[in-house]
Design a protein around this ligand. Structure first.
Ligand code: SAH
Length: 393
């Protein structure tokens, strides 16, 4: 018998709208004594069935719904079904051009707390909630069934696990140990991904579509790729005929990979690698009177809580102001924010404020969002976090 979580009168509305989170304050009482990650039955105070959810006793998000169907059973077949549907979409829409994609985008693919990325024959999992953690064996079994040729590695070394009462978990879940970085194919380019030491699960798959977009603008241009990580935007730009590229990142390791990525793709365009703090480097460029025809700003997440929103906005404004100052007439700025707590509207306003201070007229010519393998469930708007603007000076 599963424990039953009874929701306070009136607080069932979000569940009826298929939002998967149950906050502690919405719970009237719990019948039974569920353990961390157990599947609990969720009912209204009138005893109407609402969902099957995973119990997270240490988190403000006290339970996350696996299924809104009363007849559902959260077993291996459930995971095969959910992961299988997610896989089918990526195989149809991403796999023809790239062998690295997000297989499962957590809540947006109906699997709260479960992120799975595929890098060629490697699957890299992040299990971030108590439910996801406890279901590890079933998730591994489902993955082995759906991807019989893949090894599985875990990269659950993320702070949010603390909130769930979980420790970091890293290591091989099935198959081979990843002794060397994986070389993936992304839109025909070869890119090295270190799934053991790289950021997140190794690479920023969510920017794949935006990277592809730079090809349209890069020809004949001098390109500054800020926050380059392993060089993605710069490699695409060089391939598309940029005259010169500067890859800039704080991490020397990331720049070393960026260099190897240029070699892997036989790039002959002059590329400079600058290990620098982007804020400082842009200021120096302005002082020196440098200009660029195309600038990419793809910073890490500046906002990690509502309390840090104001400070983060100042950061976004700062780099966008400086980049605006550095653009040539007709120059292009591709600017992004992956902070989920910063709305697309507010981000656009912050960029506008930066342009105003720089005394530059910018036009939005395109808008971007996270790549197609990072869908946003319509009932879970929190799933949308990445936004971008392509601007012309
Ligand atoms: N554009 C990349 C992803 C960027 S991730 C891609 O397409 O793959 C953000 C990067 O910013 C990380 O590599 C991190 O090392 C770097 N970074 C963070 N703060 C920085 C700073 N102040 N100056 C320079 N680089 C920074």
């Amino acid at each position: 018998m599963s424990a039953i979580v009874v929701i306070k009168q009136g607080r069932e509305k979000s569940l009826l709208r298929r939002h998967p989170w149950i906050f502690s304050g919405a719970i009237h009482k719990v019948k039974g004594q569920p353990n961390l990650g157990d599947t609990v039955e969720v009912r209204s105070d009138k005893h109407a069935f609402l969902g099957w959810a995973a119990w997270s006793p240490h988190s403000q998000i006290r339970a996350r719904v696996w299924s809104f169907e009363e007849h559902a059973v959260i077993d291996q077949a459930f995971f095969v079904d959910r992961i299988g549907r997610a896989k089918a979409m990526r195989e149809a829409l991403v796999a023809p051009n790239s062998n690295a994609w997000r297989v499962v985008a957590a809540e947006s693919d109906g699997l709260p707390g479960v992120t799975i990325d595929k890098y060629d024959n490697w699957l890299v999992c992040q299990l971030l909630s108590a439910g996801a953690d406890v279901m590890r064996p079933l998730i591994i079994a489902a993955l082995r069934e759906l991807f019989p040729d893949c090894s599985i590695y875990e990269r659950s070394d993320v702070d949010v696990r603390n909130k769930e009462g979980l420790k970091p978990a890293i290591g091989v879940l099935h198959g081979e140990a990843p002794l060397e970085p994986v070389v993936i194919t992304e839109n025909g380019l070869k890119l090295e991904v270190d799934i053991v030491k790289g950021h997140k699960t190794g690479y920023y798959l969510d920017q794949r579509d935006a990277r592809a977009l730079i090809g349209k603008y890069a020809k004949g241009r001098r390109v500054l790729n800020c926050f380059s990580y392993t060089g993605g935007f710069g490699i695409y730009a060089a391939k598309a005929g940029a005259t010169e590229v500067i890859q800039m990142d704080a991490s020397q390791d990331a720049l070393a990979v960026a260099k190897r990525n240029a070699e892997l793709n036989g790039i002959t365009t002059p590329i400079e690698y600058q290990q620098a703090d982007v804020f400082e480097a842009l200021r120096t460029f302005v002082k020196e009177g440098q200009t660029f025809d195309l600038i990419v700003l793809d910073p890490p997440k500046f906002v990690d809580s509502k309390a840090s929103l104001n400070r983060a906005c100042r950061g976004y404004k700062d780099i966008n102001r400086l980049a605006s100052q550095l653009l040539t007439e007709g120059g292009i700025l591709m600017t992004f924010s992956c902070s989920g707590l910063l709305s697309a509207e507010l981000f656009q306003k912050v960029v506008a404020d930066g342009a105003l201070d720089a005394n530059r007229e910018l036009q939005i010519i395109e808008k971007t969002q996270q790549a197609i393998d990072h869908p946003v469930a319509i009932h879970y708007p929190e799933g949308g976090y990445l936004k971008g603007l392509v601007l012309r000076a």
